[in-house]
Design a binder for this molecule. Structure first.
Ligand SMILES: Cc1cc2nc3c(=O)[nH]c(=O)nc-3n(C[C@H](O)[C@H](O)[C@H](O)COP(=O)(O)O)c2cc1C
Length: 467
């Protein structure tokens, strides 16, 4: 359940009637709306909001060079690789509209400094002040934003980016350096990727700060990782399930959209030191020193907000596959690009090459469904996210979601939104491959309406455990 404090931060989609937008075509026999992408630049100039909803979290990012301190908010920050531990942040580099304009001053500063600090503020006054400081200060006055927020900061530990005294969680990172993955292949020859209207920067995380009361378990970070929505018609498609294989003692990744950190189901935050009321964890500089073969220890070292994309694909034999993918985000507005990050490294059961990897490479196509809070959907995430198509050729049917036989990629027709994506590139990151998926078509169920919208909160929240 969302706390009342989060209510003002709710985001609803759609915000206007799809029937009033000529880009959406109603397909009567399927009872869906469809939009073909990319849009014309004139259309984008008028309104460049994302064409459909994707559950992206938000964060604040600071950087500093030669005494100039810059502050931005970023939508869709995502952990994209495990060893090294890499965070991707995407910034607009092309003028599309009033909303999507070049983040010149911020990106120049970060390219010079090479360091950033990604931060989370408690819901309420401090978060609102920073949001207001950002929205009321033009990009070319980025250096004025911190002062305008009125919040106090201190210097980061591994780089000079300012850290808000009020932040409860801070990720310090530096632009990824060229290196080699476990197969000896080069990674990060460049620490960024130009993708359409945006530049995606890859940061190696070298330190995490977590407020001590959270590290000790006296307070918890609460995160609702999926939107809520209520279908009002039953979906088309069929489920042909057969007895599910026994997962036995295999490693299983648990999943709940109501995530609490730390809790019995999560790792504990293993701090090296404490400073300024924060528990501090350093991440070793070399990925080989970070590798933990033990499944549990290979988990992320701390909470980072993410959602799930339901990545669907057809094998060459036209068997459907479904891979829930937490490291899925949007990195560009034009073209609209979705990037699932799929494990290719053979480290342990948690990080092993996915069947999906070969399928996406061979077909060059995938679908991305947007899940929501619903028992059947959550069960499907747990099932399909723990068993490979190689272990269960009827994985999709057994996951329990109906599938519509669509040419490009299988459609989980009970999900509200589905994107058809074309693989235009892939980036090797160390343990994961980032697939660059240009969205060609979006499909929205007709029962997704302004009155029956998806509801999403892009911020996590800290709650005191004793209340
Ligand atoms: C919530 C959740 C998120 C996941 N996120 C990822 C991810 O980002 N990348 C990845 O490679 N695997 C991820 N997985 C694991 C894959 O979904 C899982 O290994 C799946 O069985 C792969 O299927 P395949 O071998 O048929 O491709 C996730 C699993 C769950 C339950």
């Amino acid at each position: 359940m969302l706390s009342k404090a989060l209510h003002p931060h709710k985001y609803f989609w759609p915000q206007s009637d799809l029937r009033e937008n000529s880009q959406w075509k109603f397909i009567k026999n399927k009872n869906i709306y469809e939009m073909t992408l990319p849009e014309d630049t004139e259309i984008l100039a008028k309104d460049s909001r994302w064409p459909a909803f994707f559950p992206a979290p938000m964060c604040f990012v600071t950087t500093a060079f030669e005494g100039n301190q810059a502050l931005e908010k970023v939508v869709g920050a995502s952990i994209v690789n495990r060893f090294p531990y890499v965070l991707a942040l995407s910034f607009c580099k092309k003028e599309l509209s009033d909303r999507h304009y070049c983040r010149q001053q911020f990106t120049e500063t970060l390219e010079r400094s090479q360091g950033i600090s990604v931060q989370y503020l408690p819901i309420g006054n401090s978060l609102n002040r920073v949001m207001n400081a950002i929205s009321s200060t033009l990009e070319n006055k980025t250096f004025k934003r911190l002062e305008k927020s009125g919040l106090t900061t201190r210097e980061g530990i591994t780089n000079a980016s300012p850290v808000f005294e009020d932040a409860y969680m801070v990720y310090e990172g530096r632009l990824a350096k060229p290196g080699k993955d476990f197969d000896g292949k080069p990674i990060f020859e460049k620490p960024w990727l130009d993708a359409g209207s945006h530049r995606v920067y890859f940061f190696e995380i070298n330190l995490i700060q977590l407020r001590q009361d959270i590290a000790k378990g006296q307070s918890q970070i609460c995160w609702q990782s999926l939107p809520t929505w209520k279908p009002s018609t039953t979906s088309q498609g069929s489920i042909k399930s057969s007895p599910k294989p026994d997962l036995g003692v295999r490693y299983q990744k648990g999943y709940t959209p109501h995530y609490k950190f730390p809790s019995l189901g999560t790792i504990a935050f293993e701090a090296d030191t404490t400073e300024n009321g924060m528990a501090i964890k350093h991440l070793p500089p070399l990925p080989e020193d970070q590798v933990e073969v033990d499944n549990d220890r290979a988990r992320w070292p701390c909470f980072f907000p993410s959602s799930v994309g339901m990545i669907t694909s057809w094998t060459r034999e036209r068997t459907p596959n479904l891979m829930p993918c937490g490291s899925t985000t949007i990195i560009s507005r034009n073209p609209f690009i979705i990037t699932p990050c799929v494990s290719y490294a053979a480290i342990n059961e948690r990080y092993s090459p996915r069947k999906t990897l070969g399928i996406l490479r061979e077909s060059g196509k995938f679908g991305c469904g947007i899940p929501y809070i619903d028992e059947t959907v959550i069960d499907a995430i747990r099932y399909a996210g723990n068993i490979s198509l190689s272990g269960d050729p009827k994985k999709v049917a057994n996951a329990g979601l109906p599938i519509e036989d669509s040419e490009w990629a299988p459609i989980c027709s009970s999900l509200p939104i589905h994107f058809d994506c074309k693989v235009v590139d892939e980036i090797r990151l160390g343990t994961h491959i980032m697939f660059i998926g240009e969205v060609l078509k979006i499909r929205v169920r007709a029962d997704v309406t302004v009155q029956n919208c998806l509801e999403w909160v892009p911020w996590p929240e800290v709650r005191n455990n004793r209340v």
